[in-house]
Design a protein around this ligand. Structure first.
Ligand SMILES: C[S@@+](CC[C@H](N)C(=O)[O-])C[C@H]1O[C@@H](n2cnc3c(N)ncnc32)[C@H](O)[C@@H]1O
Length: 239
């Protein structure tokens, strides 16, 4: 994890979301999972809560438990959702809330644990018939460029859709459906960052400038390689 006082969090403080995502993906996943109106949902590694509105729309009579390790992200989510009685916000590890949950939603964070470990940890937290939707780095081509692989900064678990499905099966789950996150999801993450970079660049010290350079390189890297790699969203259920 990145230390809380790192200049990374100067760039990332109070951004609307901390990874790619769009509301249509949440609605799609909830429909595939058969999520009921009254669903108990876990937003695992919720960041600043960018998916909370869409999750609540998917289960208008339900409840969302949102958890993240980084307290300032939970503070940001609390500023937006703390008054909504359908939301519980907690600082902590995403595998710890007991549930049971009808849907566990995890956008851009299963790779911290690995697919098998995350699915194993969540299995006892699922209600009967419950499902997990998670996004995972994915190669969309058999012959990825060096740039597409480098985009994921050495992530050892990097694989393709078949590799992700194999890990889901190995964890004792079945894959109900998958789809790749689209450009809107990625730009929803990158455009607010670009605006923030433009604001922070004048007067940035060396530490912050390095963070801004890295973010710009990440954004350019994805735009150059987006046909080759991105996030695959999988909806899975215990087999
Ligand atoms: C790429 S961000 C995605 C955040 C959010 N889902 C979104 O799409 O905006 C990854 C998040 O995972 C959180 N995280 C990493 N490991 C975690 C863990 N074991 N438990 C809870 N949160 C974790 C980080 O603090 C960070 O907010």
């Amino acid at each position: 994890m990145i230390p809380a006082d790192h200049p990374f969090f100067v760039l990332h403080a109070d951004l609307p979301r901390e990874g790619p995502g769009e509301t249509a993906d949440v609605a799609w996943a909830a429909e595939v999972a058969g999520t009921p109106d009254t669903a108990r949902i876990l937003d695992a590694a919720c960041g600043p809560g960018g998916d909370l509105g869409a999750l609540l729309r998917a289960a208008p009579k339900g409840h969302v438990t949102a958890i993240d390790l980084h307290a300032p992200f939970i503070d940001a989510a609390r500023a937006r959702w703390g008054a909504d009685g359908r939301v519980t916000l907690t600082v902590g590890d995403m595998t710890t809330p007991e549930g049971p949950f009808d849907l566990i939603w995890c956008a851009g964070a299963v790779y911290f644990l690995g697919i098998e470990a995350a699915l194993a940890a969540w299995r006892p937290r699922l209600a009967p018939g419950g499902a997990i939707a998670f996004s995972e780095p994915c190669l969309f081509t058999d012959a990825p460029s060096a740039e597409a692989i480098a985009f994921w900064q050495g992530y050892e678990g990097l694989t393709d859709a078949a590799g992700i499905a194999a890990r889901v099966t190995a964890a004792g789950y079945e894959t109900l459906a998958t789809r790749a996150l689209g450009d809107i999801a990625w730009e929803s993450y990158f455009r607010p960052q670009e605006a923030r970079i433009a604001r922070l660049r004048p007067g940035a010290d060396a530490g912050l400038a390095a963070v801004l350079d890295e973010a710009e390189a990440e954004i350019a890297g994805w735009r150059a390689c987006r046909a080759e790699t991105g996030y695959l969203l999988s909806v899975v259920r215990p087999a």
